[in-house]
Ligand binder design. Structure first.
Ligand SMILES: Nc1ncnc2c1ncn2[C@@H]1O[C@H](COP(=O)(O)OP(=O)(O)O)[C@@H](O)[C@H]1O
Ligand SMILES: [Mg+2]
Length: 307
């Protein structure tokens, strides 16, 4: 389902349909626990409290706006375009994909599909081609979320670069009130800051700028446990100890290339393969052995030089 670097576009269609009888104000609005479904959608995400809070604020604003409208009070249109700043593996893509579903459920988007793109998908090679490519992409994203990763690369070549044409085209369409799409630009914090400085008009067009912080060791450990248990595995105490001390070392290195939760996912997935090989070479094992990932399986040192 995911593509990269080959110029194709990743489209994930949500498999829901909305019945005609569902109206905006009815949807998921239960007076006692109005945020229950948001908590549910984000239950598999460790930490990220600020982000969860922001989504709840958007949700509350929309529902209350709807209530205000019903009694004839003024209500402002909520602009939902967002900027995600964060290092690799901090959950930017996963959250954006989840938002497509939530916004669809909230009736803010008509289709709720998710399109992931990068510079090459927007920028052409000759004059005029960029605007055309960008418009076509926006067209595809109508009703859903257009997520542009490493968005700062659109500004990389300065004034003469066609990236600027892509930015201008995006901005033009973002402003169009009829447009039923949400634009999310993502990238490394420093580069995104710089991108905003180079394009001062942009900041005000993104009411939501979210910081995806690097995870602390405890959070990475929670993520590891969560990833294992999602796959119906468990880490032994010894595996946890080894992983923890390995992550402590990795996070203390000052390389900004550490890929956070993705790094942990790679260790768990590799560990599951090593576990399979180990068990297959044994003649007898019990159910417990099928579940437990040991320190030997995780082979943390094997990963040391990876990001
Ligand atoms: N808070 C979190 N809780 C659980 N898993 C997470 C969390 N953040 C990231 N992940 C997982 O880490 C991996 C990398 O996340 P991703 O969204 O691709 O990061 P980014 O787009 O910022 O590089 C994914 O498998 C994702 O599910
Ligand atoms: Mg990503």
């Amino acid at each position: 389902m995911s593509r990269k670097r080959d110029g194709q576009i990743n489209i994930v269609l949500q498999h829901q349909t909305r019945s005609q009888s569902e109206s905006k104000s009815q949807l998921h609005f239960t007076e006692n626990s109005p945020f229950k479904h948001i908590d549910l959608e984000f239950s598999s995400f460790v930490a990220m409290n600020k982000l969860k809070q922001t989504i709840k604020e958007i949700y509350a604003t929309i529902v209350i706006n709807q209530k205000r409208k019903e009694v004839g009070l003024a209500c402002t249109k909520q602009v939902l375009h967002m900027l995600f700043k964060g290092n690799p593996g901090t959950g930017k893509t996963t959250v954006a994909r989840k938002l497509a579903k939530i916004y669809f459920d909230m009736n803010l988007l008509s289709k709720g599909h998710f399109i992931e793109a990068e510079r090459a998908d927007l920028v052409g090679e000759y004059i005029g081609q960029t605007a055309q490519k960008t418009r076509a992409l926006i067209q595809k994203a109508m009703g859903g979320i257009l997520f542009i990763d490493e968005a700062y690369s659109l500004a990389r070549g300065g004034e003469k670069d066609f990236g600027k044409e892509a930015i201008d085209t995006l901005v033009k369409h973002m402003e169009d009130n009829h447009n039923d799409f949400v634009l999310i630009l993502a990238g490394y914090p420093y580069e995104m800051e710089r991108f905003l400085t180079l394009n001062p008009g942009l900041q005000s067009r993104f009411p939501f700028i979210l910081d995806f912080k690097d995870y602390e060791v405890d959070q990475l450990m929670d993520i590891a446990r969560q990833m294992a248990s999602e796959r119906e595995y468990e880490l032994t105490k010894e595996a946890e100890r080894e992983l923890r001390s390995h992550l402590l070392k990795k996070t203390q290195e000052t390389t900004r290339n550490f890929s956070n939760a993705r790094y942990v996912r790679n260790i768990i997935e590799h560990g599951i393969r090593m576990h399979a090989v180990r068990l297959l070479c044994k003649d007898n094992y019990v159910t417990e052995d099928l579940i437990k990932l040991t320190g030997q399986d995780l082979q943390v040192n094997h990963h040391y030089n990876q990001r």
